[in-house]
Design a protein around this ligand. Structure first.
Ligand code: NDP
Length: 255
């Protein structure tokens, strides 16, 4: 097999949670370009359909599905629907996430739980439900979108629930990787720095001093810069890589 063939996802089926916009939309496009049939799943199903249509128009294969990752029943339905339409799931990208900027003393319980419900519990439900099918088939790759916030504390804004949730994502990644390695199911994470999306308003002047000037590369990342990374982790190109957290932060966490 040639070097580039190892990155091919031809014949694979991928699910990207939160794949309708931002980082998830770029990851979905990249997986489709590498040959996968891609299920784009988020709460705004119309936007999921639109993202899938854009991929199809570019020559890929994709479909949109309604999904709230905090609801186990919806995940079970998604797995059944994707399997019926595309075949069993080979690649799960746990990308759905939420973040609130709030000082610790002001964080209401509802907000704390909302962050953990999506970023940790939703990711856990998806991993367990899809992982069960992967373990049974003895094949699969799971890519969790973590964050550099798992090991640095962002500033000037505080976001304690988000930071703690992403630390949980990284360690759950390692835990599942160890447990499912004997079943040929690999679990890895990507830890992005500041990426220009609705979640990270990188052009807001109040953040420039800390977000951009403190990044050694002196710029935010773009969602499309993460596409090749997810294809690497999803494909045979990373066949001996599991439990890794791949940092893509322009060097932010170096100092
Ligand atoms: P966006 O806010 O642009 O997109 C978030 C996505 O998550 C949306 O598609 C949204 O769709 C989906 N989502 C939210 N809640 C749910 C839910 N309950 N069920 C299903 N889908 C849900 O964020 P980004 O693209 O920036 O972030 C994507 C991931 O990358 C997140 O995990 C984030 O933490 C992580 N990340 C982002 C960084 C950045 O700087 N942008 C840096 C590091 C990590 P809908 O509302 O339709 O459900």
């Amino acid at each position: 097999m040639s070097l580039f063939d190892q990155f091919s996802l031809t014949g694979k089926v991928a699910v990207v949670t939160g794949g309708r916009t931002g980082i998830g939309a770029s990851l979905a496009r990249a997986l489709a370009e590498a040959g996968a049939r891609v299920a784009i799943a988020a709460r705004d199903v119309e936007a999921c359909h639109a993202a899938a249509i854009a991929i199809t128009a570019a020559g890929g294969r994709a479909a949109g599905f309604a999904l709230d990752v905090t609801d186990r029943a919806q995940i079970e339905t998604l797995v059944a629907d994707v399997t019926a339409q595309f075949g069993p799931i080979d690649i799960l990208v746990n990308n759905a996430g939420v973040c609130f900027h709030r000082d610790a003393l002001d964080v209401p319980d509802e907000e704390w739980h909302a962050v953990f419900d999506v970023n940790v519990h939703g990711l856990w439900y998806c991993s367990q439900i899809v992982g069960r099918t992967m373990v049974a088939r003895k094949t699969g790759t799971i890519i969790n979108i973590g964050s550099m916030s798992a090991f640095i504390v962002n500033r000037p804004q505080f976001q304690p629930a988000y930071n703690a949730s992403k630390a949980a994502v990284h360690h759950l990644t390692r835990s599942l990787a160890a447990e499912w390695a004997p079943y040929n199911v690999r679990v890895n994470a990507i830890a992005p720095g500041y990426i220009a999306t609705a979640m990270s308003p990188v052009d807001d002047p109040k953040f420039h001093r800390y977000w951009i000037e403190d990044t050694p590369m002196r710029r935010p990342g773009t969602p499309d810069e993460l596409g090749p990374t997810v294809v690497y982790l999803a494909s045979g190109a990373s066949s001996f890589v599991t439990g890794a957290v791949l940092v893509a932060d322009g060097g932010y966490s170096l100092w």
